[in-house]
Design a protein around this ligand. Structure first.
Ligand code: SF4
Ligand code: SF4
Length: 367
């Protein structure tokens, strides 16, 4: 049976049809309120955006979800896990400060922020999953400990996964640094002869695994496969071994997503925001030009279906010629292959279906 995915477009004609009103209506139509009882503590999993990024989800959208949960008597909190790389969200204190800087203050969102894996990212639980790549996965404790969750995701491109949507928000976003590292460990990049020795990647590597030899970068054995150097190189001289490593990375990611919701049964709702659809994820301290026009907001109880629907809706658009989309600008062409030609991102959907995370067949319901 197809999973239901509810959709509200960006086109609007009046105040009662504002995107904020549509967000609240999607919450109701997708049945998220039915899973919340008085005094339930409900996590709202969101990405607060790296400092300098401008494409992340607006705090006022999160406020709508907070208010809907409170209407049902629930106790919501906003949450995310610390990053693996050195940035403005690498520990609980910096992360909290960045969230406030980006507008997620209590005065705006009406709920507390709790960084799910603590100050030093060592606050997590092991969740048994018994899948192909992992017997168990590491899930940030304050996410693992709650039984109800709304996953609010900004849908966009992603340099390693092709797309970043609900599955990625669960997989990377609900994992502490050690869990992120386990997912990434399949990506061992290589430096090509194009390297001009600018040292940018040396400064960015979180474990100082890159040195210089003969004026060129050299990746050493201590590389943890985080993939950060791939996008940071200004001339794209670093690339992963696409054919063998990316499919394994995608499968590991999907298994982590499965682990993040393993103990929550039917008590997880997913909302994907298809606006500001950038080529890179919100972990960068900048945002590129949007690859397609704004589309709308989706809600579903199925993370695979909502990402599959989001992917299809993006591909139905014409591509922005003034963006880093290199080809596939026509309606119907794959925009994510246009960005990352070697990443078979739909493996997220087929593997998600294979392991029971969700259903890639969906019914799109306009509200
Ligand atoms: S060499 Fe690149 S992939 Fe490896 S740890 Fe450093 S930044 Fe990450
Ligand atoms: S960032 Fe790129 S060009 Fe600069 S040293 Fe690293 S691999 Fe070479």
């Amino acid at each position: 049976m197809k999973s239901k995915v509810y959709f509200a477009g960006v086109h609007t004609q009046g105040k009662q049809e504002s995107l904020l009103a549509k967000m609240r209506r999607l919450f109701d139509r997708a049945g998220f309120g039915d899973m919340i009882s008085r005094d339930d503590i409900v996590a709202i999993k969101i990405h607060f955006g790296e400092k300098g990024n401008t494409a992340y989800i607006r705090p006022t959208f999160a406020r709508q979800i907070v208010d809907k949960i409170k209407e049902k008597g629930g106790k919501p909190f906003l949450t995310d896990s610390n990053t693996l790389y050195n940035g403005s969200r690498a520990n609980g204190v910096d992360h909290y400060n960045t969230a406030i800087y980006n507008g997620f203050s209590y005065a705006v969102v009406n709920a507390p922020i709790i960084i799910a894996d603590g100050i030093h990212s060592n606050n997590f639980i092991e969740v048994r999953i018994d899948k192909k790549h992992f017997e168990s996965v590491k899930i940030s404790k304050e996410i693992g400990n709650v039984s109800k969750m709304i996953v609010l995701s900004h849908f966009k491109g992603h340099e390693n996964a092709g797309i970043g949507g609900a599955i990625k928000n669960l997989a990377m976003g609900c994992a502490p640094a050690a869990g992120k590292q386990q997912q990434h460990s399949a990506i061992k990049p290589k430096v090509s002869s194009k390297c001009v020795g600018c040292s940018t990647c040396l400064e960015y590597c979180p474990v100082s695994a890159i040195t210089k030899e003969g004026g060129k970068a050299l990746i050493g054995e201590t590389c943890i496969g985080c993939g950060e150097c791939i996008s940071i190189c200004p001339i794209r001289a670093i690339s992963p071994q696409w054919s063998t490593e990316i499919p394994i990375f995608l499968e590991r990611m999907v298994e982590y997503a499965y682990g993040a919701v393993r103990n929550k049964g039917d008590n997880v709702g997913y909302i994907n925001v298809l606006m500001n659809i950038t080529p890179l994820c919100d972990c960068y301290g900048f945002s590129g030009a949007y690859i397609v026009p704004d589309i709308g907001i989706l809600a579903s109880k199925d993370p695979v279906a909502i990402d599959a629907a989001s992917y299809d809706l993006v591909n139905e658009q014409s591509g922005n010629l003034n963006s880093s989309l290199k080809c596939n600008h026509e309606k119907g062409e794959d925009k994510f292959r246009g960005l990352y030609s070697s990443i078979d991102t739909v493996r997220q959907f087929s593997y998600g279906e294979e392991i029971g995370l969700g259903n890639k067949e969906y019914e799109l319901i306009n509200i």
